[in-house]
Design a protein around this ligand. Structure first.
Ligand code: HEM
Length: 432
């Protein structure tokens, strides 16, 4: 049913389609004006694997993307951080991170969530209520709201210090990512220092928490760390507590701001969410089951505006992508945004916002074509939780608030270096 273009334009010498030296060199202005449209044009012109820049290849076929993602940690690593001098992690560093992931993951599994979700819902509700009557930019308010909603999954008690430290670290990393696309990687050493200082503050805040006893039965990440049969190395515990939380902020916050946008843009969907929330009489278990339409709405928002719109892996060995061999050291990029809007991979027109596409019996897309959370060993650890936060937000806003977003048509999409966010949006919530 889903059609692949088998033909790709031949490339120079090494067989990777696209002009020598890459496309970006001569078309930077066109790319910056419309990044996704530009990448889509390249894909039509050169096929599903093309050379984008020196050492950068873009892949737009879901099977090939799935393959690259499945082999992460083995043949490739997530893109090297320019703030760390672009160095690849060592095998030991990767193993430590995987241990930290595994330590935090049980708290986010869907089976564990119903017990902890009421605290997340209450934190979200309190923050939304605090906004009553004020004009706010959802793409700015979202970060703090999301951190405050997630902290109860890590700690049994409120911790304004941890919220502050995580926001500070996120802010420093975001500022550096925005600046790093404009200045050479050797230049922003002041930015690098700011990121390191902010990360240190997270460590200083979490350090004493890791030594404190935590009440049993809270199901928090902290409790999980403290009740391991064998002592957890400090750096693994620190990564599980601090850096999995930090990893959530950008994507979770951006997704949250798009939920607010789409509630305003689709009043008929907002009405249906309100009715569903009223019928459910409050969520007591898993919102995926109790609020199916709201869940579908959140899935559709992540389809049309995936926060991680452009992701990649750095090949540590030569890898074969279809009939193209890319050398070790190549950055292999893919775009969930492109996959989500490519008519070849969807049963119904992907240009339209249709939450109902998620309510049918089968999957509405080719395998691997829906990737808001990526996949494979380095895919998102908080996917179900993320959708739950979005569904609870949509349910609370529609049931309890009037939402005003004037000038919706003027809101644009910012294709940032790390996330996709709405730009130029003002919103106001008032009690219903
Ligand atoms: C709707 C909300 C969310 C979206 C759209 C999202 C998206 C993503 C994506 C696309 C990745 C993979 C990045 C890559 O492949 O390079 C990722 C990784 C990650 N996510 Fe999420 N995420 C969300 C919520 C969360 C939440 C709630 C948590 C935990 C509290 C979380 C924790 C993480 C962590 C720790 C990683 C890093 C995985 C690794 O490198 O091993 N995310 N997320």
């Amino acid at each position: 049913m889903f059609q692949r273009a088998k033909e790709t334009a031949p490339g120079p010498r090494d067989g990777i389609p696209g002009p020598r030296g890459g496309i970006l060199a001569r078309h930077l202005t066109a790319y910056e004006a419309d990044p996704a449209g530009f990448l889509d044009d390249c894909r039509r012109r050169y096929g599903d694997v093309f050379r984008f820049d020196t050492g950068v290849v873009v892949v737009t076929d879901p099977d090939l993307v799935a393959d690259v993602l499945a082999r992460t940690n083995r043949d490739s690593v997530p893109n090297a951080n320019p703030l760390e001098g672009g160095r690849f992690p060592t095998a030991e560093q990767t193993q430590r991170w995987m241990d930290a992931r595994q330590l935090a993951a049980p708290t986010f599994r869907s089976a564990a969530l119903p017990a902890r979700l009421p605290v997340v819902r209450d934190a979200l509700a309190a923050d939304l209520d605090a906004l009553d009557g004020a004009w706010f930019d959802p793409a700015e308010a979202c970060w703090e709201i999301c951190v405050r909603a997630l902290v109860p999954l890590y700690l049994p008690d409120e911790s304004p210090a941890l919220v502050d430290a995580v926001l500070g670290s996120f802010d420093a990393a975001r500022g550096a990512a925005e600046a790093a696309v404009r200045v050479p990687s050797w230049m922003p050493s002041r930015l690098r220092r700011r990121v390191r200082d902010a990360d240190q503050r997270v460590r200083d805040t979490i350090g004493p928490m890791l030594k404190t006893d935590t009440p049993a039965g809270t199901g928090t990440v902290l409790e999980h760390i403290r009740t391991q049969p064998d002592a957890v190395p400090d750096d693994v515990a620190m990564a599980a507590m601090g850096f999995t939380l930090l990893g959530a902020v950008g994507t979770m916050g951006a997704a949250w701001s798009w939920i607010v946008y789409h509630l305003a843009a689709h009043p008929e969907a907002a009405d249906r969410i309100r009715e569903e929330a009223a019928g459910a009489g409050g969520v007591t278990g898993d919102p995926a089951r109790e609020l199916p339409y709201t869940w579908a709405f959140a899935q559709e928002v992540l389809r049309v505006r995936p926060p991680a719109w452009l992701l990649g892996r750095d090949a540590v060995t030569a890898v074969t992508l279809g009939d193209v061999e890319v050398p070790a050291g190549t950055a292999v990029m893919f775009s969930p945004y492109l996959l989500h809007h490519d008519e070849r991979w969807w049963t119904h027109d992907p240009r339209r916002f249709v939450p109902e596409r998620w309510l049918g019996a089968g999957r509405p897309h080719a395998p691997g074509a829906y990737l808001p959370f990526a996949s494979g060993p380095r895919g998102c650890v908080g996917a179900h939780l993320g959708l739950a936060v979005l569904a609870l937000t949509a349910a609370h806003i529609t049931a309890r608030k009037h939402l005003a977003v004037p000038g919706l048509d003027a809101v644009t999409t910012h294709f940032g270096p790390s996330t996709l966010t709405p730009s130029g949006m003002r919103a106001r919530l008032t009690p219903r």
